[in-house]
Design a protein around this ligand. Structure first.
Ligand code: ZN
Ligand code: ZN
Ligand code: ZN
Length: 871
């Protein structure tokens, strides 16, 4: 098929013969500088086109431009399977895959706002003494002299000027020559005194602390003028710092630090100079010593295999020293505009933006001299400080502004990146990209509306338009109807999944696309609404019972009581940040779980005895390494291994079940240790995985591969699509059960051995759901799902809704957090949180059937539903 009827005056990205994965030789022209939406059912090949062809080629071209030297560090990237691509600008991807994030990544570090705030606090912050709380002010050299004069008569002392905090041994000789030329005789290196004229026997490999001995004195009458002169010299040499070391009884010397910038006049204590690193909890200079900058103390995990603990969240308590603020005592006492660094970290981004809009330094250029009311000696930010603020604050404001525009104003900078949803993470990166002002690039995005209430989608689209207006091209994988209706150009891949997909079904401008008779075209024309309610019979909760929860208080929720129907399909809705997750995931579900374990419950629960078990199906990855696959996660691989041990070949060779695990040393390929891929560490870029050269991605060694079952080796089975495997192993009931459920949740197109790292949040969630469904069902189970619509085309959603309804028919409860109108409309009961986000939310604004909410209107979800039902 071709798109040749389109206007040739628009520059295009021209793709010819794309055959990556299941693509069947697609030719397509994507207009540059426009918002292009790529859609199609799950597994149709959208990602193969957008990420594995366009982005992969962009990345490959980027490496080709690197200098030969730096290129040697990287492998030659395989060319995507495509005849040609022309007109592709530099390509950036904003996918939902987070790569490997640790507890040290926060929203502040991810968006780089923390980098700017550190600059600001280091330059323009007022330091307060951690002991007495008084403003730490500069000491003049006179003040230092007066302080030294208080040492007792006959005290021996030395004045030391720290020259370099860290100097490598290799440069030490050079430094000594210079000091001798300047007239100095001695220096203290790593606390030891050296004569500068002697050869110094110090390891050139190590780093050393060097202080010049400026003068040696004994306290007595009449030394004041010599002391003053020497201290002036010391401060000059030491760049404002001066160490006075005094001899105690015996040979012991004690250092007293003085600093022209930071010393508490009250306590007489000096502090190290405040640098941006002072506010970096990921650096030793900034981190709280107790918790090492994590903000929490990890409790040692209870006994369990290392494999299981890798997938588990370890228990932790807030650090008692820093109270979770992660920083050292000094950094926690630096104040800018009345606020501490850690306070700003905990503000919602909306509040933070407000704070900077009203910050004095930014508004009045002449405000570079300010006094703090309670300070005895007033702190005067130097001109460097106010200059820094003038430069930094606009950068911070611009990033905050974009973060608010993408609907994340309710988050705080201290929020751990690992706890952000895939959609939130992607939008945060989108906002920081906008803040940096990239132009002329091509962005590939993966479902940016995921997790957004329809009310906020409009604002996200505005942000995408701004990116476009700067001359960027946007290629967006998306199922959201509102986004599709806004797109300049649409591409549909399909018609089905896997081998039934991979073709260009339709492509064209928005106007021409909606007239097409394709799956997506029909949804856009709204002629396809089978899941709309047919009667009002579902308007009242059934007699299956209710759960009453009283006294919920969590994040933005204060003392809330709710009633939730059991044995029904219930949707929790509300705008982003309204408190849906706080209500369900952080409060109610953990309380029910404690109740079921007979542990004390803080909330008042009534009716929880009607629930036998809770199954929570989230979007977190199945595992953090390529060793997790759908085959291992679902337990299917255990069955396969047992079957292999029963083959004649395995019995002859004495192969046990362990042999057929790519986790075991005997069975796996040793080069990649069973991963099938090798990781290339990349600086400042996401890590790159390349196919293992030894096994070619098969994960196993040759002996293991020689054993066959039903004509297939273990590697052949891992490479099979779930739908193929279901046919191939049709007669084996254990396997059939699992494979059938995976197909039921729409994952027939995945291969059994696909690495967990390549699964989207929505796919991971559906693998987990299928795993649960294929287990023996305990009656009256409560299923909790967080945004199951993510990654699904409207046609896939219908399949999912049928599955969820089936669970309800079997007597289970299904509680779902969701924004997607198609799913919301199909629920029995809705609980809407709101009215706004953050402190503006936290209340139940409506509860009832979808029809009731749409009739009542007046709430975000009510409006959405009345649109959806098309009244
Ligand atoms: Zn003090
Ligand atoms: Zn701490
Ligand atoms: Zn290998």
């Amino acid at each position: 098929m071709s798109t040749s009827q389109d206007d040739h005056s628009i520059p295009v990205i021209r793709v010819r013969g794309a055959r990556q994965h299941n693509l069947q030789g697609i030719d397509v022209d994507l207009p540059r500088g426009q918002l292009v939406v790529v859609t199609g059912v799950s597994g149709s090949g959208k990602s193969s086109l957008a990420f594995d062809t366009l982005f992969a080629e962009g990345q490959r071209k980027y490496f080709a431009t690197l200098s030969l030297g730096s290129r040697k560090r990287f492998p030659i990237l395989p060319r995507p399977d495509v005849d040609s691509i022309s007109g592709l600008p530099p390509t950036l991807s904003l996918s939902q895959h987070r790569g490997h994030l640790s507890l040290r990544n926060t929203l502040g570090t991810t968006t780089e706002i923390d980098d700017f705030l550190r600059q600001l606090y280091a330059r323009a912050g007022v330091v307060h003494c951690p002991h007495c709380g008084k403003v730490v002010s500069s000491q003049t050299s006179e003040q230092i002299v007066n302080r030294v004069l208080q040492f007792p008569e006959r005290t021996r002392l030395m004045l030391l000027a720290p020259v370099w905090d860290r100097v490598s041994g290799a440069n030490l000789e050079e430094l000594f020559d210079k000091l001798v030329a300047d007239g100095f005789v001695r220096a203290r290196v790593n606390g030891e005194l050296y004569d500068l004229n002697d050869a110094v026997d110090i390891s050139p490999a190590d780093e050393h602390t060097v202080e010049i001995v400026v003068d040696r004195l004994i306290m007595k009458e009449g030394i004041q003028s010599r002391l003053q002169e020497s201290i002036n010299t010391t401060l000059r040499q030491g760049d404002g710092e001066c160490i006075v070391t005094t001899q105690q009884s015996g040979e012991e010397w004690v250092d007293h630090f003085f600093n022209e910038r930071f010393a508490c006049a009250e306590c007489g204590i000096s502090f190290p100079t405040v640098h941006p690193a002072t506010f970096n909890f990921n650096s030793p200079q900034g981190a709280c010593q107790e918790c090492g900058g994590l903000g929490s103390i990890v409790l040692s995990p209870k006994t369990g295999s290392p494999e299981s603990s890798a997938n588990r969240i370890v228990d932790s308590n807030p650090c008692p020293k820093c109270k979770g603020e992660r920083l050292n005592p000094l950094a926690r006492k630096v104040i800018f505009e009345g606020k501490r660094f850690s306070e700003l970290q905990r503000f919602s981004l909306d509040t933070l933006l407000d704070f900077f809009e009203h910050s004095l330094i930014d508004n009045t250029a002449t405000a570079d001299i300010k006094t703090t009311a309670e300070s005895t000696s007033c702190f005067v930010p130097d001109s460097v400080g106010s200059l820094a603020a003038e430069k930094v604050i606009p950068e911070v404001k611009s990033r905050l502004h974009f973060l608010r525009e993408v609907g994340l104003g309710y988050l705080s900078l201290s929020r751990q990146a690992t706890t952000l949803s895939g959609g939130e993470y992607q939008r945060a990166r989108l906002a920081s990209t906008l803040g940096t002002g990239v132009t002329g690039a091509c962005f590939v995005l993966d479902e940016p509306t995921s997790g957004l209430h329809a009310r906020d989608t409009g604002r996200l689209l505005n942000v995408l338009r701004q990116l476009q207006n700067r001359g960027n091209s946007l290629i967006v994988i998306e199922h959201d109807l509102q986004t599709m209706r806004e797109a300049d150009y649409l591409v549909e891949i399909g018609p089905g999944a896997g081998t039934q997909g991979g073709q260009l079904v339709a492509a064209g401008s928005r106007e021409t696309f909606v007239t097409r008779d394709t799956l997506t075209g029909k949804y856009l024309q709204r002629t396809h609404l089978e899941t709309a309610p047919t009667s009002d019979s579902k308007d009242k909760p059934s007699s299956a019972g209710q759960l009453f929860v009283k006294g919920i208080a969590c994040h933005n929720i204060h003392q809330l009581d709710v009633e939730i129907p059991l044995g029904q399909f219930v949707c929790f809705t509300g705008v982003s940040g309204s408190g849906k997750s706080s209500l369900l995931i952080d409060s109610i579900v953990p309380a029910i779980k404690r109740f079921l374990r007979n542990e004390p419950v803080e909330l008042k629960l009534q009716g929880a005895e009607q629930i036998e078990r809770v199954v929570q199906v989230d979007q977190r990855p199945l595992g953090q390494s390529p060793l997790s696959t759908p085959a291992t996660y679902t337990g299917l691989w255990d069955i396969v291994r047992k079957l292999f041990t029963r083959t004649r070949e395995a019995r002859l060779r004495g192969f046990k079940s362990k042999r057929f695990s790519y986790l075991s040393a005997e069975g796996r390929c040793e080069t990649c240790r069973g991963r099938g891929v090798e990781k290339i560490e990349m600086q400042s870029l996401t890590d790159l995985w390349v196919t293992c050269p030894t096994c070619g991605g098969k994960r196993f060694n040759a002996q293991t591969l020689s054993v066959r079952f039903y004509g297939k080796s273990v590697a052949d089975i891992l490479q099979m699509k779930i739908s193929e495997a279901a046919q191939h192993f049709d007669k084996l009931s254990d396997m059939r059960m699992i494979l059938q459920t995976l197909q039921d949740v729409g994952l027939g197109y995945l291969t059994l051995g696909q690495s967990a790292l390549t699964l989207s949040g929505g796919e991971s969630q559906r693998v987990k759901l299928a795993t649960e469904l294929s287990k023996q069902q305990i009656p009256r189970t409560l299923f909790v799902l967080d945004e199951p619509s993510s990654g699904l085309h409207p046609a896939d959603l219908e399949q999912l809704i049928v599955l969820l309804r089936k669970l309800v028919e079997q007597g289970h409860s299904v509680w779902v957090i969701e924004h997607q109108p198609q799913i919301i409309a199909a629920a029995d009961w809705l609980i809407e949180m709101g009215p706004g986000a953050g402190e503006g939310g936290g209340k139940v604004v409506a509860a009832g059937s979808p029809v009731e909410l749409s009739r009542e209107g007046g709430t975000a979800t009510g409006e959405l539903l009345s649109d959806w039902f098309g009244q």
